[in-house]
Write a protein that binds this ligand. Sequence first.
Ligand SMILES: *Cc1c(COP(=O)(O)O)cnc(C)c1O
Length: 369
Amino acid sequence: MKFETRSIHKGNHITDTNRPVVQPITLSTTFEHENEAGMLYTRAGNPNRLALEELVASLEGGKVAAAFSSGNAAGTAVFQALEPGSHIIAPDDMYHGLHNSMSILFKGIHEVSFVNMADPEEVKKAIRPNTRLFWVETPSNPLLKISDVRKIAEIAKNQKAILACDNTFATPVFQNPLALGADIVMHSSTKYFGGHSDILGGILVGKEDNEFWAKIRTVQRVGGAVPAAADCYWLSRSIRTLAYRMRGHAQNAMVLAEYFLNHPKVEKVHYPGLKNHPGHEVAAGQMTGFGGVVSFEVKGGADAADRLIKDLHLFVNATSLGGVESIIERRAAVEGPDTLTPPNLIRVSVGLEHSDDLLEDLDLAFSKI
Ligand SMILES: *Cc1c(COP(=O)(O)O)cnc(C)c1O
């Protein structure tokens, strides 16, 4: 079955004798012993979480999936599943929440090297005898840097290490890291999976149900950072339209990227769909679309960027991305002093409004700075 069809039908299990079209939400936290489905207690598993996991595993082309209460909990579960004393190679511009997880929560437990993942030579140079995990985020947040997943998968294989890929920006609509050689895919389902800025969640997908995956499952069940049944229901509901939303996001993002490229008050545009993006060719070789996030640098520094944001009306100045509404943010302002993000960089999560309206709003705001 094709992606759109799987998105709609996978994981939708009807056991109710009323034969509802949509699998209902099972709110019960516990289940009568010796039930046919083997349900015990909702932290260990519930019908809606299993449905979501089955759906996302199918979309990513994986064997198994584990849903968590946030993207950070999902990413952190991978670090928790590693043997203490492991060395991790991660991107120097890694999503700052997971950068914090590694450098704060796992300080003294694992060793970490933050390197430029877009350069496979730098990745090789960082390898130590105890390197157990390579972490890739492509496109990266918020610089939209592209890492070559196939090349890093080869490096990881030689090292007998795990390759995990944060696929939040691309989504399985545009990129399947498991097919490119990764072992684990991570998502913040808060973003495009949820798609409407109203659910917090995360999910991991495994290529194989192996020894490492058993540890991930233990972290999920024993650590207990699991999503509520209702959140799993709403996520499955949102994912039914993911392919159509992603095409709209990417189409609008390309329109905006070209607008920024030609704007005299813009210094630089970061969008892998543009031919002048340093990762364009690699992106074109591993993605079928370039996603819905565009970053640009405003001439005149952070002050000019802040003024532009204040003069926009359709673009909401807020953290997060992946919703139907366009969201804009000067990232350096929220990432803190040690960020690699330029101070005049604005990240745009391009929504599904009509692009003419978005351009009109931008034109008006730019005319005021
Ligand atoms: C938001 C985000 C996360 C963290 O997810 P939460 O759901 O906010 O915990 C991780 N990676 C990327 C790329 C993100 O954008």
